[in-house]
Design a protein around this ligand. Structure first.
Ligand SMILES: O=C(O)[C@H]1O[C@H](OP(=O)(O)OP(=O)(O)OC[C@H]2O[C@@H](n3ccc(=O)[nH]c3=O)[C@H](O)[C@@H]2O)[C@H](O)[C@@H](O)[C@H]1O
Length: 385
């Protein structure tokens, strides 16, 4: 609790506010189509946040982004994503979800109909190095955001990113929403599971409409450099070795890799089918919707097979360094059952790993340039997706 208080007071002198700022926020939040919604997207300069924001903006919804541009991975990639958003008329506020005053101000200026909450400390293995950042963003930040949402009038409906990692040591495949999620294998997973419990509490007490989406290893253009497909691409092009983890008894690890465009469709369908929150000004007026959906691809691929696809698309052979999976939070495989999302959201993933990685590699080469010895530095930011 102490750190929760400390982290919010730290933002006391944040540089936001003023007439011009409010005008920009209002303009960005205003829908340009009849029946359009007005969405606050947290983590808007992140991988999924950028894609969702652009899709909403392109169909005429109002979008305001919020992102703290932290340095978990190269902030210049986040700035390039922000530039892309700006060029499409999406205003991105630089601020933290732990900043209660900023959130109160945003809800004061705009009656957001929805919050797409994608800001988080991501990454399964980094939790070993920096556990506090997971508590800061995924627990304290989430609570600060929910506090702001519950007090807002009108209360927005909330759609947020949980994770396939909540299935932890579950061995029953494919993973269904009704399966056990009480055996997380990493602190990251534990904080996402805690998020599901915390959002349930706010749904129960304050009538907030909640939809939690369990994303399965999302990949694609403008992706996260800390993820395997991205760092493998960089290393393969630079002639550096890649480390491929292998499970017990020499079993390959596998993931239900899910392409970004499919995930975006699931996110937008969640917003479109979300019922209104029932409370207002911190008071519940009746029961509200609470949903959880898997958003996966339903066809797991092994990590060595992923490397094989990258080798073909890059036309370069990888220097594979195969090692036993260290006990730092990884699970042997993930596999989504998406029946529920199919029925309720019309979710229907259509991009397989081969096709999705082709698009990723095309983007990677256009963004970073072809020079394998450039060290991966950006040469120019692509303007299109
Ligand atoms: O679905 C999720 O909820 C999560 O998906 C993603 O986690 P993961 O599935 O672990 O993806 P990612 O790191 O790309 O590793 C992929 C595979 O490569 C293996 N891997 C990884 C690194 C490496 O150097 N070598 C290796 O073999 C590794 O062992 C694994 O088998 C998101 O990052 C996370 O934020 C969260 O959203």
């Amino acid at each position: 609790f102490q750190s929760f208080v400390d982290t919010s007071s730290r933002y006391f002198n944040a540089s936001w506010g003023g007439m011009h700022w409010e005008k920009q926020i209002r303009a960005s939040a205003t829908p340009r189509r009849r029946g359009g919604v007005s969405v606050l997207v947290t983590g808007a300069a992140g991988f999924v946040g950028t894609h969702v924001s652009l899709t909403l903006r392109k169909r005429g919804d109002g979008v305001v982004g919020l992102d703290n541009f932290n340095s978990y991975y190269d902030p210049s990639l986040k700035k390039a994503r922000k530039a892309l958003l700006t060029s499409h008329g999406v205003f991105v506020v630089e601020g933290d979800i732990n900043d209660a005053r900023l959130l109160a101000k945003l809800f004061d200026v705009v009656p957001f109909t929805h919050v797409m909450h994608l800001a988080a400390q991501a990454g399964v293995r980094y939790a070993i190095e920096n556990p506090a950042s997971y508590v800061h963003s995924n627990i304290a930040g989430l609570v600060t955001l929910l506090e702001a949402c519950k007090s807002a009038d009108p209360q927005p409906a909330i759609v947020w990113a949980s994770s396939s990692s909540v299935y932890g040591l579950n061995e029953k495949a494919p993973f269904s929403e009704a399966d056990r999620t009480d055996r997380p294998a990493s602190l990251y997973a534990a904080t996402k599971k805690a998020g599901e419990e915390i959002t349930h509490t706010y749904n129960h007490i304050y009538g907030l409409s909640i939809t939690g989406l369990r994303f399965f290893t999302v990949y694609g253009p403008w992706g996260r450099p800390d993820m395997a497909y991205f760092s493998f691409t960089r290393n393969i092009l630079q002639g550096k070795p890649i480390t491929v983890y292998r499970g017990k008894n020499h079993v390959d690890l596998a993931r239900d890799f899910t392409y970004i465009d499919d995930i975006v469709k699931g996110c937008v369908a969640s917003l479109d089918t979300a019922q209104k929150s029932t409370g207002s000004g911190g008071r519940k007026r009746g029961p509200a919707q609470y949903r959880i959906f898997n958003l996966g691809n339903t066809s797991p691929v092994t990590v060595p097979a992923l490397v094989g696809i990258l080798e073909r698309h890059l036309k370069v052979k990888a220097k594979r360094h195969v090692v036993e999976m260290p006990g730092n939070g990884d699970v042997p495989f993930t596999h989504a059952n998406i029946s529920s999302a199919r029925t309720e959201l019309g979710y229907n993933p259509t991009t397989n790993l081969e096709a999705g990685l082709k698009k990723f590699v095309k983007w990677y080469l256009s963004y970073y340039g072809y020079n394998p010895r450039s060290g991966g530095g950006a040469t120019k930011a692509s303007k299109s997706l």
